[in-house]
Write a protein that binds this ligand. Structure first.
Ligand SMILES: *Cc1c(COP(=O)(O)O)cnc(C)c1O
Length: 467
C-alpha cells in the first residue's frame, strides 16, 4: 500500500474528526460568508506525483479553494432555486458515503428497500396517491428526462412499436406541448432524440405563466387524434405559476397524450394547506418530476421521478446482463434509471424525513413562502423598485422602477453579489430584465429578509441612472 494511504488508513477516526470539526466551522460560519463566491483560482498546479495525505489536502483545499466557495447552503443565497441541507440530511449524506452502497441490484443489501421506503414517504408527503412508483435520480433535469422517456415509450406502444428497441426515428416527429416549460425540458428532448424544436409553446393565460387550457385543447384538437406529450408545469421559476393540473388532466378524456408534470420545487406546495390547491390533480399525471435538493433541503444531487407505468420505464432502462438477472415484477433500480451504478442518494432524504417528518418540512415550506411575501412587500415599499408579478409562492420577481434596461438590471445583480449580503439571479420576464429572489432554504429568517431588503435598496441606489 502507498505509504501515505497506509498512514491515513491507520487513523481514520482521527481524520474524520478533523474533517468534522472543519465542516462544523463551515456550517457555523455560513451566515457570515459572502453569499456569492468568486471563481478566481490562481495558477493551475500539476498532478502530484506523491500525495500529501488527507490532513494536508484539507489544509490546501481550505487555503486555495474554499475561500472562493459561495454560501449557497446559507440563508441569503436566493439565486436560481437553491435549497440548503438540514442537519439530518448532512448526516445521511455522510453515511451514504461511509457505507458506499451501490443501489443497482437487490440481492446483497437492504439499501434498495430503504430507497423504496423513502420514495413511498415522498409520495405520501406530496399526496401522490398509491398508483405511482418512483426512483431517485440526480436532479430534476434527469427526472424530466426519465418521465419524457417513459412518455416516448408510451407513444411507441400506441403505434405498435417499441422506441427502446426500434429507435426514436421509428416514431417520427412527436408533438410536445407546454405552456412555460423549464429549460431542462428542452435539454431532455435533445437527449432523447425528440428534438428541442418539437416543443410547441402553448399560449399562457393573460399576465400569467400558467397554460391556457382552452388553447391547449385547441392545439390537441388540431393533432387529429395523433398522440402527444403534454408537459404541465407546477411552479415556474420566474413567478411560480401553476398550470391547472386537473383541467389539463381532464383533456385526456378527449385527446390521447402522456401527461408529464414538472413540479421540481412547486410540488412542495402540497405541504401547505393554504397552497395545496395549486397542485390539485398532480396525482393524475403519468409522470412527475420532483427535485429534492431544492425544497427538501438535502445536499446535491438528488431528485425523484414518479410514474404510473413502471412497465414502460423498465422497457426503456432495463440493463440486460446475465449477471444481473432478468428483471422481476419489482425490478431493481438498475433497470429503471439512466445510471447503472447508483449512490444511495435516498439516505439523506430518508434521514430528513425521519428526523423532521411532515410537520418539520411543512414549517420550512410555509416559512419560506411567508418570507418571500415579506420581501415582496418590502420591494413594493422601496423607492426605485417594482414587483413584476405577485408573489405566488416562494419567488420574488422584480425590477428597477425606472429604465430597467438589461445593463442596469444586470448591474443591480452585480452590485448585490459584490456586496455579499445576498445573492440573486437575473431573468427575463414578460420582455423585461428582472431579478429573482427564490426562498427555499431552511435557515432563512425574518432578520435575513431585512438584511436582503437593505442590500437590494443599497444596490438600487448605487446603480447609475443609465449605462
Ligand atoms: C430546477 C428546475 C429544474 C432542473 O433541475 P435540476 O435539479 O437543476 O436538474 C427543472 N424544472 C424546474 C421547474 C426547476 O425549478
Amino acid at each position: 500500500m502507498d505509504l501515505t494511504l497506509a498512514a491515513d488508513a491507520d487513523r481514520i477516526p482521527a481524520l474524520l474528526d478533523t474533517v468534522r470539526d472543519h465542516a462544523g466551522r463551515v456550517l457555523a460560519g455560513l451566515a457570515d460568508r459572502p453569499a456569492a463566491g468568486s471563481p478566481r483560482q490562481g495558477p493551475a498546479r500539476p498532478l502530484p506525483e506523491h500525495g500529501i495525505g488527507t490532513e494536508r489536502a484539507l489544509a490546501e483545499f481550505a487555503a486555495r479553494w474554499e475561500p472562493g466557495f459561495s454560501a449557497s447552503a446559507g440563508p441569503r443565497y436566493l439565486g436560481f432555486v437553491t435549497g440548503g441541507a438540514t442537519p439530518a440530511a448532512v448526516a445521511g449524506d455522510w453515511l451514504a458515503t461511509a457505507h458506499d452502497q451501490n443501489v443497482a441490484a437487490t440481492h446483497d443489501s437492504s439499501a434498495t428497500d430503504l430507497e423504496r421506503e423513502t420514495l413511498r414517504w415522498l409520495g405520501e408527503l406530496l399526496d401522490l396517491g398509491t398508483a405511482h412508483s418512483g426512483a431517485f435520480v440526480t436532479g430534476a433535469t434527469m427526472s424530466n428526462l426519465v418521465g419524457l422517456a417513459i412518455g416516448r415509450e408510451w407513444l411507441g406502444e400506441r403505434a405498435g412499436i417499441s422506441v427502446a428497441e426500434d429507435g426514436a426515428a421509428a416514431l417520427g416527429p412527436v408533438p410536445i406541448l407546454s405552456g412555460a416549460a423549464h429549460s431542462s425540458v428542452f435539454k431532455a428532448l435533445a437527449m432523447l432524440g425528440l428534438g428541442r424544436k418539437n416543443l410547441r409553446t402553448i399560449p399562457t393565460l393573460d399576465g400569467r405563466e400558467a397554460v391556457d387550457p382552452d388553447r391547449l385543447a385547441e392545439a390537441l384538437d388540431a393533432l387529429d387524434g395523433r398522440p402527444a406529450i403534454v408537459v404541465a408545469n407546477a411552479g415556474t421559476v420566474n413567478t411560480v405559476d401553476f398550470d391547472d393540473l386537473r383541467a389539463v388532466a381532464a383533456l385526456r378524456e378527449r385527446y390521447p397524450f402522456w401527461l408529464h408534470v414538472d413540479g421540481a420545487f412547486g410540488a412542495f406546495a402540497a405541504l401547505s394547506p393554504a397552497h395545496e390547491h395549486l397542485v390539485a390533480g398532480l396525482a393524475e399525471a403519468d409522470s412527475v418530476c420532483v427535485d429534492l435538493h431544492k425544497w427538501l433541503n438535502v445536499p446535491y444531487d438528488s431528485a425523484a421521478q414518479f410514474t404510473r407505468r413502471k412497465d414502460l420505464q423498465l422497457r426503456v432502462f432495463q440493463n440486460a446482463a446475465a449477471y444481473l438477472g432478468v428483471p422481476a415484477d419489482d425490478p431493481a433500480f438498475v433497470h429503471l434509471t439512466p445510471e447503472n451504478s447508483r449512490r444511495l442518494r435516498a439516505l439523506p432524504a430518508w434521514f430528513a424525513l425521519a428526523a423532521y417528518g411532515r410537520q418539520g418540512h411543512r414549517e420550512i415550506v410555509e416559512r419560506d413562502i411567508a418570507l418571500a411575501r415579506r420581501l415582496g412587500q418590502r420591494i413594493e415599499e422601496l423607492p426605485g423598485l417594482r414587483l413584476l408579478a405577485p408573489v405566488r409562492l416562494n419567488v420574488v420577481c422584480f425590477t428597477l422602477a425606472e429604465n430597467p434596461t438589461p445593463e442596469r438590471v444586470n448591474a443591480l445583480a452585480e452590485v448585490i453579489a459584490a456586496d455579499g449580503r445576498a445573492f440573486l439571479t437575473p431573468t427575463e420576464y414578460d420582455g423585461t430584465r428582472a431579478l429573482r429572489a427564490a426562498f427555499s432554504n431552511w435557515r432563512t429568517t425574518e432578520a435575513d429578509v431585512e438584511r436582503i431588503a437593505e442590500a437590494i435598496a443599497d444596490a438600487a441606489r448605487a446603480v447609475p441612472p443609465s449605462r
